[in-house]
Design a binder for this molecule. Structure first.
Ligand SMILES: [Fe+2]
Length: 287
């Protein structure tokens, strides 16, 4: 080896793992796709790269390969993500363009906030149901509040809050309803099977969060398709929506990369969230 040669490495070359999303969507095409073809392309890339089925950590979770400690760690990280859903849905209403759209988006917001607000027999907020899932795993609320978050989780929830509050309504709906909510029913149905077979130590009463989303999100995904289809007639708009879908897939893959890396290499740093994270730390109400 000569003095200027790079050091030998056992890692595979970059070209061995780097590849682009496989899609026939063409950003340089000028004429718009017909609406059915466009939504078909969105569906295809989403089904292929949805993190729950595509990411190695998502696949290990579904395969029942995670230890109790792994499941608890994943839940503590995902808690920060699921705690954002009420703000995201409120952002969709805030950024809607018509009263009709707001009325269409209200039911999913109420689902997230908790139907117990309007119905004595209703359900609590979905974020509360996720906390109860964590408790079923043996994680306390205090532990959730002070759990350091992996850097990719911090970025994901910060970016989702930003898109929901600052970007056009159709962009967040593309990023959320067309990607995650479209896939949730299938994802959580598979996960519930895994809980029943491989994670039987998790009490069934803790799984309500997954049970209701296995039913509800199918409807939310269809709502998203109808909503986005109204904005997807010009090629420029189709490009905006398709790019939002790709960035949404990337965001969740990056979040899982960061969680998987933290699981595999203890000793990395994380951020302990302040009480109204990912909002600005101040001002906040006195407790
Ligand atoms: Fe939800």
């Amino acid at each position: 080896m000569k003095a200027n040669d790079p050091p030998a490495t056992k890692r595979p070359p970059v070209s061995a793992w780097q590849s682009a999303f496989s899609t026939s969507y063409d950003f340089s095409r000028r004429e718009p796709y017909d609406p059915g073809t466009f939504l078909g392309l969105v569906r295809e890339i989403t089904e292929k790269y949805f993190y729950g089925f595509y990411h190695p950590l998502g696949r290990r979770l579904i395969a029942g390969d995670l230890s109790p400690e792994d499941l608890r760690f994943l839940a503590m990280q995902e808690h920060a993500y699921y705690a954002g859903t009420t703000w995201w849905n409120a952002g969709k209403l805030l950024r809607a363009n018509t009263l009709a759209e707001q009325r269409q988006l209200f039911a999913p917001l109420l689902d997230e906030l908790g139907t117990d607000l309007v119905d004595d027999g209703g359900l609590p907020a979905h974020s509360e149901l996720f906390v109860r899932y964590c408790e079923g795993l043996g994680v306390t609320r205090e532990e959730l509040d002070r759990a350091p978050l992996a850097p990719g989780v911090v970025l994901a929830v910060t970016e989702l809050r930003r898109i929901a509050t600052e970007r056009p309504a159709f962009e967040f709906i593309a990023a959320s309803n067309l990607v995650v909510e479209k896939m949730r029913a299938k994802h959580y149905a598979a996960l519930l099977e895994t809980f029943a077979t491989s994670y039987r130590w998790v009490p069934k009463s803790a799984l309500l969060f997954y049970e209701i989303h296995a039913r509800l999100d199918d409807g939310h995904g269809s709502l998203g398709e109808a909503f986005v289809a109204r904005y997807a007639h010009d090629k420029r708009d189709q490009d905006a929506i398709f790019s939002a879908v790709q960035r949404s897939l990337c965001l969740r893959l990056a979040m899982y990369d960061s969680i998987a890396s933290a699981m595999q290499s203890p000793g990395g740093v994380g951020l302990v969230p302040w009480p109204n994270f990912p909002g600005e730390p101040w001002p906040r109400p006195a407790s």
